[in-house]
Design a protein around this ligand. Structure first.
Ligand SMILES: CC(C)(COP(=O)(O)OP(=O)(O)OC[C@H]1O[C@@H](n2cnc3c(N)ncnc32)[C@H](O)[C@@H]1OP(=O)(O)O)[C@@H](O)C(=O)NCCC(=O)NCCS
Length: 138
């Protein structure tokens, strides 16, 4: 049975899950700093084995979902959708009355349909221009 835990992965688990989907791992120091700064994180486990993760960074007004990963052998079982839903609900629960929050993310190539199915809107749309970013490597 898959269980979901509000828990920030340690660096080892974080790197292991990233490697499982062929994502690059960068500096351990940077990963530790980033994980320490997560606002929310969820780990899905099969028994004790971490099989998926996702986390949220943000400031209470703008939230960004990142590092959504499901181990390949566990994909296609709605684990990603469940985890994403839980992350979004944590953001919603965090919102005070009379507020507006924005939950954003950058989809990996080819993964936008997964997020569209979970109710996210692609930019640009009627209200917003495109999302923009700069990336630096050191
Ligand atoms: C993308 C990812 C998180 C999806 O997780 P998952 O557990 O396999 O997805 P789910 O089983 O919850 O899928 C939910 C729905 O999205 C659909 N879906 C999932 N991935 C999709 C894709 N790449 N393209 C189109 N639809 C997709 C599923 O078919 C399912 O549709 P349904 O509700 O009509 O049955 C997972 O494939 C993954 O970890 N990929 C590698 C890492 C990655 O790219 N992460 C995203 C970073 S932005």
């Amino acid at each position: 049975m898959i269980t979901y835990h509000e828990e920030v992965p340690d660096v080892e688990t974080y790197f292991e899950l990233r490697k499982a989907v062929d994502w690059a791992v960068f500096s351990e120091e940077q990963a530790k700093k980033a994980l320490d700064r997560a606002v929310f994180a969820i780990i899905a486990k099969d028994g004790d084995k971490p099989v998926a993760m996702g986390r949220v960074i943000g400031d209470g007004m703008y939230y960004r979902i990142c590092d959504v990963v499901v181990r390949p052998e566990y994909q296609g079982q709605k684990i990603g959708a469940t985890l994403l839903d839980k992350l979004v609900n944590l953001c919603i629960k965090d919102a005070p009355e009379n507020s507006r929050i924005s939950v954003d993310l950058i989809a990996a190539k080819g993964k936008a349909p997964f997020y569209l199915k979970q109710g996210f809107t692609a930019l640009p749309n009627d209200e917003c221009g495109p999302a923009l970013r700069k990336v630096f490597y050191f």
